[in-house]
Write a protein that binds this ligand. Structure first.
Ligand SMILES: Nc1ncnc2c1ncn2[C@@H]1O[C@H](COP(=O)(O)OP(=O)(O)OP(=O)(O)O)[C@@H](O)[C@H]1O
Length: 581
């Protein structure tokens, strides 16, 4: 947030510079705009001629009609080029943001809530085009404004000078009205988002509210949220009340000055009636165009926030570091944590961790909740870097190996393994570097104990899994994730509570599949599930970010009090669960 504030307009202009905007289309649009505005400026001249009696002069009348039509065509062409440019600009920026979002390091995703990251790619890129369009409108407005003043000055110096003080008034009123209208509108939007979030959450948690008898308190809480929304709406209504007459006043002052003072000049014989009408037309140009400055200012302010947010993402570092070694020579070597300390924030989660994870064997981490077990897996996957110390593979620091190569060597199965919409086949082969044959697919599914349920679906491997895999059960999703790990055939396997969310029946099937998967791989298990842990070649007990003991299940049962306690708690829990089932 701090950084965001500091970036200011630099972020906005930096992004404009970096974005591949269709400048050619914008410039053609601008040229047509200039031509249209230029011709438009001639119209009052012909109006004056017609009023002065040349209504029967065909040349003048045709020129007048022709000018009007041509000016309209040019203005429409200008708008057309801008309209074509808009979606191109937006898409180019969206592509830039998406590419960056895919490449940025994991810690960056934690800096903004995911809902906000979605806006960075859906809504925010549109602002650049809005600003460019408004900038074009303002350039044309300035051209029309200056030309109109020059023509008016030529026509009548006195009336022009009388009108000049009105321009700053229009500017101030427009800017002021725009500022307060936007501020109150944003206030209403923010409160609206607040009440939507409040009601959505409470209505989904009605069981909790009623079980704890919190209805009365929630009624009061809801009233407070509604009151805030009401206050914001009241402020907006008051601003709207003043906005309309103030904007009308600018028009009234302009028209009033021209008609009253112009009328006097006509009366004195210093001006013709036709000139007064021509003058009046130019004054309308000025009034309409001055308003565009206010609109540009408002959009610039909105765009600044949106583009700063995009710039924060686009200007960040990519995860992909060049000139790194391939993984191949190191595959099959031990993984070592050398004096590793790490914290997500200032608070240390891992503290001077030294341990070896032997190649081709199963290592399990156990320890109390929050002691840093999953964090160890994140460091192995290189989603985070150790603050101090390093992770080694053989004699090579992990960081020296290309990150893509590194992650291709790791398969990961988590508690709620992520599936994405698409077919079962898409999900099993996700990230695979070759086209999988049906035999390969079937084999992976069979090892994962998934083949029988997949084949029961009429569409088999082509069955759609739904959003986040919602059309499958938890156990089915887990087994698809295990099949994915089988087909990936990576030498390192990470299992993070892979059976924790399953019922007893699925747990048994998944455990069987996992045991098959672990064979001959460097496996790291983080689990409360003792069936998996106790068979590990080595178990490392973690407490307060440190490895306090290690050994086999039997050894630790004898030697380590914390381990004994963890096993007891788990056995008791398992007993209770099987009783409940
Ligand atoms: N993204 C994050 N940002 C900040 N702190 C985090 C983040 N992820 C985890 N932590 C903190 O780091 C500590 C270790 O978390 P970790 O997930 O490694 O624990 P764990 O041993 O796997 O716990 P559990 O057994 O409950 O899953 C916890 O105190 C947690 O609050």
């Amino acid at each position: 947030m701090e950084e965001n504030k500091k970036r200011g307009w630099k972020g906005f202009f930096g992004l404009v510079k970096k974005s591949k905007l269709p400048w050619g289309l914008y410039i053609i649009g601008l040229i047509f705009g200039f031509a249209g505005a230029g011709l438009g400026l001639l119209l009052p001249q012909y109006t004056m001629k017609i009023i002065d009696g040349q209504i029967f002069d065909n040349k003048v009348v045709f020129a007048y009609i022709g000018l009007g039509i041509l000016a309209a065509i040019l203005a429409a062409s200008s708008a057309l080029f801008s309209a074509i440019a808009g979606p191109i600009a937006k898409r180019n920026i969206q592509q830039t943001v998406w590419t960056k979002l895919m490449r940025m390091p994991i810690p960056e995703y934690n800096k903004q809530p995911s809902q906000q990251l979605i806006s960075r790619i859906t809504v925010d890129p549109g602002y650049i085009d809005i600003v460019v369009k408004n900038a074009k409108a303002t350039i044309l407005a300035t051209f029309t404004l200056v030309s109109s003043i020059a023509i008016m000055y030529n026509m009548n110096v006195k009336l022009t000078l009388a009108l000049l003080p009105v321009i700053p008034y229009i500017l101030i009123v427009t800017a002021g009205v725009g500022h307060y209208t936007q501020k109150t509108q944003l206030g209403v939007q923010a409160r609206f988002a607040g009440i939507t979030a409040f009601f959505a959450e409470r209505l989904q948690r009605m069981r909790l509210v009623k079980s704890f008898g919190k209805e009365e308190e929630e009624i009061e809480h809801g009233d407070e949220v509604l009151l805030k929304h009401y206050t914001a709406e009241k402020k907006r209504a008051i601003v709207d009340l003043f906005a309309e007459p103030l904007m009308q006043s600018t028009q009234a002052i302009v028209v009033g000055t021209v008609l009253i003072y112009g009328g006097i000049l006509v009366g004195n014989g210093e001006m013709r009636v036709s000139e007064l009408i021509g003058f009046y037309m130019y004054v309308q140009f000025i009034h309409n165009n001055v308003l565009k400055y206010g609109i540009l200012w408002q959009t610039l302010k909105q765009a600044r926030g949106a583009t700063e947010n995009i710039a924060d993402i686009v200007e960040g570092e990519d995860e992909d570091l060049k000139r790194q070694k391939p993984m191949a020579p190191e595959i099959g070597k031990d993984l070592d944590f050398e004096n590793v300390s790490f914290g997500y924030t200032d608070r240390k989660v891992l503290n001077n961790l030294n341990l070896t994870i032997p190649a081709g064997k199963v290592t399990a981490f156990v320890g109390p909740s929050g002691c840093g077990k999953s964090t160890i897996l994140k460091l192995v996957e290189r989603f985070y870097k150790p603050g101090v110390g390093r992770v080694m593979i053989g004699n090579t620091p992990a960081e020296a190996i290309h990150v893509d190569d590194w992650r291709r060597s790791i398969a990961y199965v988590a508690q709620a393994s992520p599936l994405i919409s698409g077919t079962i086949r898409d999900n099993i082969t996700y990230g695979l570097d070759h086209e999988a044959s049906i035999e390969e697919l079937r084999q992976a599914a069979e090892h994962a104990d998934a083949l029988s349920f997949i084949e029961k679906f009429p569409e088999g491997f082509d069955t759609e899994v739904g959003e986040f895999g919602s059309k499958l059960s938890g156990g089915q999703r887990q087994r698809i994730a295990i099949a994915r790990a089988f087909i990936k055939n990576a030498p390192i396997l990470l299992l993070d509570e892979a059976t924790a969310s399953l019922d007893a029946k699925s747990e048994h099937a998944v455990q069987k599949a996992l045991k098959e998967l672990m064979k001959n791989r460097t496996t790291i298990i983080v689990a409360h599930d003792m069936d998996l842990v106790k068979e590990a070649d080595q178990i490392i007990v973690i407490d307060k970010g440190q490895a306090i003991d290690q050994g086999t299940h039997k050894q630790l049962l004898k030697s380590n009090e914390l381990y004994r306690q963890l096993v007891d708690i788990q056995t008791e829990k398992d007993g209770r669960m099987s009783f409940e089932f």
